[in-house]
Design a protein around this ligand. Structure first.
Ligand SMILES: CC(C)(COP(=O)(O)OP(=O)(O)OC[C@H]1O[C@@H](n2cnc3c(N)ncnc32)[C@H](O)[C@@H]1OP(=O)(O)O)[C@@H](O)C(=O)NCCC(=O)NCCS
Length: 141
């Protein structure tokens, strides 16, 4: 079956969230709600991507954006029955091409520490571990 890669639009949110929720290794939180994802998409036009079948079923998704300095990828997921056919690679290529076109030269991804398979996916593609410790704060209440 042909799989089409296209930009992620707000109407894809429900199907993408459902995919993320049934995918191992996703760390989901309030930033994945429809309003937050719509804001992310609006700030990063065309960067995020979905994979859809001929009949319109969403079988892959990835969020991608940048802050003007560094790119970031989030929640790369492919439906199990559609893995090992280059869909993940094509989703990543879509995002990285948009980042490169915007002049971004580095991109980060956070991977859940016990996601060995997901980590391998990135390491085999030349992504490397950084020495940085990731710290975070919460704003508001
Ligand atoms: C990680 C993940 C997104 C990869 O998706 P995918 O569509 O299977 O990725 P690809 O098909 O592009 O690449 C996977 C393997 O299939 C191979 N492959 C690609 N096209 C192929 C083809 N036509 N025939 C056979 N194998 C192929 C690739 O070489 C790759 O193997 P390698 O990693 O040994 O190099 C998917 O396994 C997934 O959703 N995992 C759960 C969520 C996750 O861990 N996400 C990443 C962390 S954020």
């Amino acid at each position: 079956m042909d799989i089409h890669i296209r930009s992620f639009v707000p109407d894809d949110h429900a199907a993408a969230l459902a995919l993320w929720q049934r995918t191992e290794g996703m760390g989901l939180n309030e930033s994945d709600e429809a309003s937050a994802v719509s804001m992310f998409l609006a700030r990063n036009p065309g960067c995020s991507a979905v994979a859809v079948t001929n009949d319109g079923r969403l079988v892959g998704a990835m969020l991608c954006g940048h802050d003007g300095r560094r790119g970031s990828l989030h929640h790369l997921a492919v439906e199990p029955g559609f893995r090992q056919h280059g869909v993940g690679r094509r989703l990543v290529e879509h995002g990285l091409a948009r980042l490169a076109a915007a002049g971004i030269v580095k991109c980060n991804i956070f991977v859940v520490p016990d996601n060995a398979e997901g980590t391998e996916f990135w390491l085999r593609r030349g992504w490397y571990r950084t020495p940085w410790l990731n710290l975070q704060t919460r704003l508001g209440t």
